[in-house]
Design a protein around this ligand. Structure first.
Ligand code: PLP
Length: 454
């Protein structure tokens, strides 16, 4: 039999998360207070997050233990499988070896529960009653609803309006896990009402939805906020993906030359790549780590490295990030999870220091790659995940042309079985490419009035 699937036993679920900050040559710059523009102290985050997560946000410890209760609940779906994509290799006609780590086996269908579970756990431990959050495509909202339900917490989700309308099943899944879901911008919050007054037809954005969720959490003592990406502790929780993948590559007797993941705020990218990047930082290895972002939201490839708000209204701390400006509302592409104006501080610093790479992909190339993948490997990828597949196909082609076949690993970060409307658009010929012109990008950058980074 040709080996396709590389599995680990429950006992091999990692016992610690990896914190790349410990190994970074240049540490990420501190977040700034949105008003004073001075570095914020961790306790200023206390109204929004439990203490344990604030500590994880700023820690420089290299390894952080995973609580036994979290590890135990992870075993509901972890370790996740890794596959050698033999059929996809054939479909591409490549000499490269392609592997993928499949996070779609989680109950919510993506990597998001890897952080939703510990976030709900620490909140529960510290007496939180309700958690608010935003969601783009609905993946994060589902994951947090699932986690809150398990730990007996209430969950309130602000869902980007375009996705709310495109993805009714995601909303219903959240409702099934007991969450309340609002289309954002909503009339529930001041932030939402403000946006609606200016633009009643606003399709919404992750930045707007974050403003709404943060506003709600700040109003009540028993309510905290949770973020599904961008922040340091979120990226750290996701490293369980790459730590498992490292063991699986070892079992396969292979080592990746190139590791690829789709990029929204950076969590699944960090999750898969950081444990591999660690070998570059500490042992002088040379594994290429590539973030795959949509051409319609190209903050890593065409944005600037600046301090910027995490949200649209300007309520969150200023984070040093690659950004197109917090006012940027990306066109309503189908990969809702990748429609975010900025990137996390750690990933941005790594990109600035040229320790990782980024490439952008147009929507059509993504769907073509996604359909080819489904036709060969069988699994139907989330529209977000197709970005990683498209870059894997590009890199395989480039390696073949250069006559130097490579070992490529990518993150299949979620399945797309609740995203069939996106595939319908593709089959109906309604998917179009939205590439920003040089003038549009320049106009966005000119609008940024937040401080430069150090
Ligand atoms: C949320 C999500 C993303 C984007 O978020 P990251 O933090 O960049 O990982 C990508 N793919 C899927 C399937 C998602 O659910």
């Amino acid at each position: 039999m040709s080996e396709r699937k590389i599995t680990l036993s429950e006992k091999e679920i990692p016992e610690r998360w990896y914190n790349i900050v410990a190994d970074m040559p240049n540490k990420p710059r501190p977040p700034l207070h949105p008003g004073t523009k001075e570095p914020i102290s961790p306790d200023m985050l206390a109204p929004l997050f439990p203490q344990a997560l604030i500590e994880q946000e700023v820690t420089t410890e290299k390894w952080v233990g995973i609580p036994e209760e979290v590890r135990d609940f992870y075993s509901l779906w972890r370790p996740t499988p890794m596959f050698r994509a033999r059929e996809f290799e054939k479909a591409l006609g490549t000499n490269c070896r392609i592997y993928y780590k499949y996070e779609g086996v989680s109950p919510a269908g993506s990597h998001k529960p890897n952080t939703a579970i510990p976030q709900a756990y620490y909140n529960k431990q510290e007496g939180t009653k309700r958690i608010t959050t935003e969601t783009g495509a609905g993946q994060w909202g589902s994951a947090l609803s699932f986690a809150c339900h398990h730990f007996g917490l209430e969950c309130e989700v602000y869902m980007v309006k375009i996705s709310f309308n495109q993805k009714p099943y995601r909303k219903l899944l959240m409702n099934t896990w007991g969450a309340k879901v609002f289309a954002s911008p909503s009339t529930e919050t001041e932030a939402g009402r403000g946006i609606l007054a200016k633009d009643p037809d606003s399709p919404g954005s992750l930045g707007i939805a974050i403003s709404e969720a943060v506003e709600r959490a700040a109003q009540r003592d028993d309510t905290k906020y949770a973020l599904g990406s961008v922040l340091n502790h979120v990226l750290m929780h996701q490293t369980i993906i790459g730590l498992e993948a490292e063991k699986q590559m070892e079992i396969a007797g292979d080592l990746p030359d190139i590791v690829i993941a789709p990029f929204g705020g950076g969590s699944n990218f960090a999750g898969l790549t950081f444990p591999f990047l660690r070998h570059n930082l500490t042992e002088g290895k040379n594994i290429r780590c590539i973030a795959a972002e949509p051409a319609s939201c190209p903050k890593l490839t065409r944005g600037v490295f600046r301090y910027d708000f995490g949200d649209t209204v300007g309520m969150t701390p200023l984070i040093p990030m690659f950004t197109l400006g917090h006012n940027f509302v990306p066109s309503p592409i189908h990969a809702g999870g990748l429609r975010y104006h900025g990137a996390g501080a750690i990933v941005s610093q790594l990109l600035h220091d040229k320790l990782i790479e980024a490439q952008s992909v147009p929507q059509l190339e993504c769907f073509e790659a996604g359909v080819k993948f489904t036709g060969s490997e069988g699994i139907l990828p989330a529209p977000e995940a197709t970005h990683g597949i498209a870059i894997a196909a590009r890199e395989a082609r480039a390696a073949d042309l250069a006559g130097t076949p490579k070992t490529i690993l990518f993150n299949l970060c979620g399945h797309g079985y609740l995203d069939m409307a996106a595939y319908q658009s593709y089959f109906d010929g309604k998917i179009i490419d939205h590439e920003l012109s040089a003038e549009e990008v320049q106009a966005l950058i000119d609008q940024i009035d937040t401080p430069p980074v150090g």
